[in-house]
Design a protein around this ligand. Structure first.
Ligand code: FES
Ligand SMILES: [Fe+2]
Length: 354
């Protein structure tokens, strides 16, 4: 048996249930958080309270109130701040306590907050120590306004790195998806420290009836390109030259090592009524493509025990992804780290009417 250096026991970051790779992670769909609402989100082992202020700004903060630990998502949005349900302490968007009803002056107490962005229909939270990376962008759609919709969110019984490895697994296209072997040959390229790009470089074969048919739609090669941001999210672009379909797979590590995923379907925004109708039908078609691929892969996601004992030449794309992920920084996401609490003056904390 070949002793592969990519066996689990040799890996530090890839497929590690106890490490959160630095990056942007989805928290919830934007439409699930209306103005004036607060929601509880558990993001890779950490509980958050996420609220949308009256001006529409979204804030993500540690869930547990620094007074007595009530879950802040049970509180009430007041203007640009969130007031805890239990004793009505109020926290601003920086997490600082700014009001306690029974005190003249709020005590020095705060809760950690995290960078957050509303993008492609999702609320993303930055998990990491460094400056937040640029937000995930589908290369083909850069600079364009887009319309998005979602396929069904999923939970897979394996790590997000394993879910992401699937879309670059050359062999399984032949075995699971029955795609002829000579029309796909993926080449990976590192774009920056965080981003890997894969594109199909196999020419369309013109010596077979299927090749001749494909050549009508694809000038040089079948479009199948992927842009991976970090190790847990990426986009897939497929479709003929005149019309491409774009899908984002956004995963985060859930409790017990599962992947919690969102599938975003995207298309360029069109201005006219007919254009919008066309856009809607494209999104519907994108969903069919996405469901087809997801259905084929689901059975193995539920039972796989990833351990790369015998990689072969066709696995080179996966090996490249693994080595990329091994080089990514792990975030200090502190699975059980307490919130930051400054000391509260006991004398001052005695309730006084005002
Ligand atoms: S627990 Fe939140 S105000 Fe007391
Ligand atoms: Fe697949």
């Amino acid at each position: 048996m070949i002793e592969s250096k990519y066996r689990n026991k040799n890996l530090h970051t890839f497929n590690n249930d106890n490490a959160v790779i630095e990056g942007w992670y989805w928290a919830l769909q934007s439409r699930e958080l209306k103005v004036g609402e607060a929601k509880a989100v558990r993001l890779s082992g950490k509980d958050l309270a996420i609220f949308r202020s009256e001006s529409g700004k979204v804030t993500a903060m540690d869930a547990f109130c620094p007074h007595r630990g009530a879950h802040l998502a049970g509180g009430t949005v007041e203007g640009e701040a969130l007031r805890c349900y239990y004793h009505h302490w109020k926290f601003d968007q920086s997490g600082d306590c700014v009001d306690v009803p029974c005190l003249k002056k709020a005590p020095k107490a705060s809760v950690s907050t995290y960078p957050v962005e509303d993008h492609y229909g999702l609320i993303w939270v930055w998990v990491g120590q460094g400056e937040p990376h640029a937000l995930p962008i589908v290369p083909d759609l850069e600079g364009h306004e887009v319309d998005v919709t979602f396929a069904k969110p999923y939970v897979k019984n394996c790590h997000p790195n394993i879910v992401m490895s699937d879309a670059i697994d050359a062999q399984h296209f032949r075995s699971v998806h029955r795609i002829p072997g000579d029309i796909l040959n993926l080449a990976g390229e590192k774009i920056d420290d965080n981003t890997l790009h894969y594109a199909n470089v196999a020419g369309v074969p013109t010596d077979s009836p299927i090749g001749k048919l494909l050549a009508i739609f694809y000038k040089t090669q079948l479009t199948y390109s992927l842009c991976y941001w970090g190790g847990c999210a990426g986009s897939v672009t497929v479709g003929p030259d005149f019309q491409r379909f774009h899908i984002i797979y956004a995963n985060r590590l859930g409790d017990n090592g599962v992947s919690e995923g969102q599938v975003i379907l995207l298309t360029k925004r069109r201005k006219t009524a007919i254009g919008r109708l066309y856009g809607k039908s494209l999104l519907l078609a994108t969903r069919i493509v996405s469901d087809y691929f997801a259905d084929g892969d689901t059975p193995q996601f539920d039972t796989i025990k990833f351990d790369f004992k015998t990689p072969i030449k066709d696995d080179k794309t996966i090996l490249q992804f693994m080595s990329h992920v091994e080089g990514l920084p792990v975030a200090d996401w502190g699975f059980s780290k307490p919130n930051r609490i400054d000391s509260v003056q006991v004398g001052e904390a005695a309730c006084t009417a005002h």
